[in-house]
Structures are given as C-alpha cells and as structure tokens.
Design a protein around this ligand. Structure first.
Ligand code: AMP
Length: 285
C-alpha cells in the first residue's frame, strides 16, 4: 500500500494502475476510519481492481464553532485499517495541497441542499461538493463510494455528477450500525456511555416510523410526532434539530407518504450532532 501526500503522486499511481487496465475506485473519507468506512472499501474492492482511499478533513465543509480543529486524525490507525482492508493507495493531502490559495471557485448544487442538514448548516454542502469535485478531478476514478448514512450528501453528489457530466459512477452503500442500531460514526467517540445508549433511540424512532408506515399510517405529521415522543424518552438528547419526511429524489417535504420516501433526522447530544435516516418504498406492498 502506498501513501500519497501530493496530487502529483496520487495521479502517478493511478496512471500506472490504469496502464495495467485496472478499474479505479475512490472512497473519500475524513479519516478516523471505522467499520462503516471498511464496508465502503470492501464494496470498492468488489467493483474495482485498484482502490484509493482519501483521508482529508475538509475545512470548507465545517462552519464556525464546529469541530474542525478537534476532529480525530488518528493517521497511523487509519493506515493500518486500510492496509488490512487491501487498499492500494491512501491519498492524504495536507490543506496546502487541496487549497493552496484562497478558494474562489465553488461547486454548489441548488434546491437539494436547502432543506434537511442544509437548513441550519448552509455552508456545508458547498464544501462537500467542491472538495468531492476536486477529489474526482485529482484521482480520476471510475467509481466513488459513499454511505447511505449521509443520505442527503449521496443524493446531492449523484445529482452533481449527472448535472456536470462527471465521468464517474456514484455508488451508495448501506448504513452500518452498532448492535443498538446506532449508525456507526467517527463522532460517536465523543459520546459518554449514557449518551451513546440514548443515541440508540435515534434508530428506534426510525424503526417506529417504518412500523407505522407498514400499518398504513400515511400522514407525515402523525409519524413525526410519534418519532418525537421516542426521542424525548432519551434524557441526554438535548435538541431534535429536525425530523423530515421527504421525497427520496427531490428532497421536498411530503405530507402524505407514498412512493420512495426518505425519513431523515438530526439530533444534538451535548455538542455532538448525529444524523440518521431510512429509505422506504411505499409503492411496494
Ligand atoms: P466521513 O469520513 O464521516 O466523511 O465519511 C466518509 C464516508 O463514509 C461517507 O460516504 C459516509 O457516508 C460514509 N459512512 C460514514 N459512516 C457510515 C456508516 N455508519 N455506514 C455507511 N457509511 C458510512
């Protein structure tokens, strides 16, 4: 496994792999790798012959007062995880590689970024779409692998690639969960035992939603208030930032459940912000 710190070196390595006729897969991450990332790497290895994992804590997707500085950066552990998972190259650039000058050019996706996580974090998706465009241009992969856990991100990136004719497939992999149902996240390590236990209520509320829909409840408002009740049972959940039921393609709010819907939520436990979601296809009975 190689570790490329510069754009030039990762390009060289990918070029050599391409010369051997290899299909190239990219797994973009911010490091602090966990089982969710490993699943993405495995999915990439199944579809591609050469896997690049990028590790870059992207400053442009963090807002003022967010955890950019303290975001965990355990590079040696990450490298070991990648090596064991059979990764070919880690691309771990410094900020001076990715943003050598004041960044004047941005990629933004409209509409899809306005609701859900974009409402209270309006800077976030512009940072994500810009850094992903840069990574796609740097690595030149055939496919990039993302997690369903960040559902809005997945939908936004798929649309960006389609709108801009980026010659790359976006593959979305299922959310990996702990036994409690809590979606695995690099930020879970900020939680105390009690907070972590309470965070299990996030998935419980999504399961309740699924159950209600299966029982034939179609009013979003009714479902959301039931989900809210479940989250309120957890004393360390300080704030429910949002619970939204939206069309899974347009991300527009829907009042009556039907077709493919995304149920997504964000909560705050202390200073930790956690998100989760499920997709339901209500046209399938
Ligand atoms: P991050 O390092 O948090 O930016 O995440 C990098 C990629 O891993 C993103 O595509 C995430 O959606 C994905 N990811 C993070 N956590 C999970 C999880 N629990 N299950 C599946 N994918 C995940």
């Amino acid at each position: 496994m190689e570790v490329a710190r510069t754009i030039e070196s990762v390009r060289e390595l990918v070029k050599a792999a391409r010369g051997e006729g290899k299909k190239v897969g990219l797994v973009p991450t911010m490091g602090a790798l966990h089982i969710g990332h490993i699943w993405l790497i495995e999915a990439a290895a199944k579809k591609c012959d050469f896997v690049v994992v990028s590790i870059f804590v992207n400053p442009t997707q963090f807002g003022p007062g967010e955890d950019f500085e303290e975001y965990p950066r355990p590079f040696d552990e990450d490298a070991e995880i990648c090596r064991k998972a059979g990764v070919d190259v880690i691309f771990a650039p410094g900020a001076e590689q990715m943003y050598p000058k004041e960044n004047l050019t941005w990629v933004s996706v409209e509409k899809l970024t306005e609701g859900l996580c974009g409402r209270l974090r309006p800077w976030h998706f512009r940072g994500v779409t810009t850094v992903c465009t840069k990574l796609f241009n740097i690595v030149g992969a055939d496919a990039a692998f993302f997690g369903q856990k960040d559902a809005q991100q997945a939908i936004v990136l798929k649309r960006m690639v389609a709108d801009l004719n980026v010659p790359l497939e976006i593959a979305i992999c299922p959310t990996v969960r702990e036994q409690s149902g809590l979606a695995v996240s690099s930020r879970n390590q900020y939680l105390s035992e009690e907070q972590k236990k309470d965070a299990g209520f996030i998935y419980k509320s999504l399961q309740k939603c699924e159950k209600l829909v299966k029982e034939g409840v179609t009013k979003s408002g009714e479902i959301i208030s039931e989900m809210r009740k479940i989250l309120q049972e957890a004393s360390t959940i300080d704030q429910i930032e949002y619970i939204s039921i939206v069309d899974a393609e347009t991300l527009e709010q829907i009042e009556e459940i039907g077709g493919k819907v995304l149920i997504a939520l964000a909560v705050r436990i202390g200073r930790v912000r956690l998100i989760d979601n499920i997709l339901l296809d209500v046209s399938i009975k």
